[in-house]
Design a protein around this ligand. Sequence first.
Ligand code: RIB
Ligand code: CA
Length: 310
Amino acid sequence: MKKIIMDCDPGHDDALAMMLAIANPELDLLAVTTSAGNQTPEKTLNNAMRLLTLMHHQEIPVAGGNRTPLMKPLETAGNVHGKSGLDGAELPDPDFKVQDLTAIELIAKTLRESVDPVTLVVTGPMTNVALFLRVYPELKSKIERIVFMGGAMGLGNWTPSVEFNIYVDPEAAKIVLNAGIPLTMAPLNVTHKAQILKPEIAAVGDIDNPVAHAFKGLLDFFEVYHENPKWGFKGAPLHDPCTIAWLIHPEMFKSELMNVDVETQGELVRGETVCDYYELTGKPKNTEVLLDIDRPAFIQLIMDSLRTFG
Ligand code: RIB
Ligand code: CA
């Protein structure tokens, strides 16, 4: 089993990523920390607790993280994820306590207690991970890899060339991408191919267990924002689950190794991930960038995983 910590901003697609991590025995989810991004820090923390209550995994420790990005004021995405951050489903109130630790303290505790190195899965803005690396540099060697959803090689989804997670905290992303830790990046280039289509969402509704019922409602809500014809989508892009799917089934993806860095100064491009696909900079190839996905196999993994909550 690969030991992982999820740092997330649930968030509909974060919720699906968490479900995949819990449902698949290849992964051991040691802890969950939450970041502010899709919604406020209070809401993303409460959402993580609600999801673990729904999936009956209250044993997994949870701690809340950043109040704001490192430099920018916080911008959230209620227009995508709704007022709660997980609109569309009736989720249970948390029935367990949050850890009396900050996110970076829980990450540090988890790494110290793990004999083996741990993979960090980051599906929101990278503020917590950047702060962790600055406060606990001695624990960097306990991180096996950082697998993150964020960035784009080309078109963005929040400003013309910038993806939301990196947009929210570009300075944090720059710290993480230049930390010298092995990286796997799931940019919009692959996540926009990881769409779930209407008939497949309907098929989630045919899975008869409370977790699948909740995710049917979440997917119905999440799909609405992505119906806007400007996107050219046939369904809803499932961004964050690509990170977990890659950890479980890397063969489901096509990827290229390249240098990726982040622009933090540009008036028009602050938060852009600059992906050196043609090796023009001579900078180290620090990131495995996922560029294509076997979409049917990805959807099958989601359906099979939802069925395990019988
Ligand atoms: O741009 C998509 C990313 O931003 C996803 O992680 C989504 O959950 C939001 O955080
Ligand atoms: Ca997210």
